[in-house]
Design a protein. Structure first.
Length: 174
């Protein structure tokens, strides 16, 4: 079984680009400040060396390259996201990142469970929002996503979701 799937790599890169675009738009910050990147955490059910290099390439493409940045890889199913969020909170509150108001943690997530079913689905084009293009991959667990996590918003709330679906609505909670 081949572990590395170039379509998943493309989807993960696209998810990271979109998350960073949403972050820049919502925060009013233009451009990257790689020194403020505390960590890049990746969660997936499996991994290989190529995947970790692909994540570093994605950071370089977005301008967030930081030499020597370690990127822990959490090998887990769905529950791994909770561990990644806990780890991000720890990094932002208990390390040198606590003194940097612009400190960020990237969390990316990818799954390629369709390899188990011995089938692959092509990566949808970024402009294609047709649900049918994503339905098969979603059913068989092939997909990617990204979060950009920063310090608590001083205006209140512990979390915010930016760009939730096509309406780009904002949700916050305590």
């Amino acid at each position: 079984m081949r572990l590395f799937n170039p379509d998943i790599e493309a989807m993960t890169r696209r998810a990271l680009h979109l998350a960073l675009e949403d972050y820049a738009r919502s925060s009013g910050r233009e451009g990257a400040r790689p020194g403020s990147l505390a960590r890049h955490i990746h969660v997936s059910w499996t991994g290989d060396d190529r995947q970790m290099f692909a994540l570093a390439e994605a950071r370089r493409e977005t301008g967030w390259h930081r030499p020597g940045l370690s990127s822990p890889h959490i090998l887990s199913g769905c529950a791994g996201l909770y561990e990644a969020l806990d780890y991000a909170q720890y990094l932002l509150h208990r390390t040198a990142a606590r003194n940097d108001a612009d400190a960020l943690v990237f969390v990316t997530r990818s799954n390629d469970l369709s390899a188990i079913a011995h089938t692959r689905s092509p990566c949808p084009t970024p402009e294609n929002e047709d649900l049918d293009e994503w339905l098969f991959p979603a059913v068989f667990g092939e997909g990617a996503g990204a979060l950009v996590i920063g310090h608590t918003d001083p205006r209140g709330g512990d979390w915010a979701i930016e760009g939730w679906g096509p309406s780009r609505s904002r949700r916050t909670g305590a």
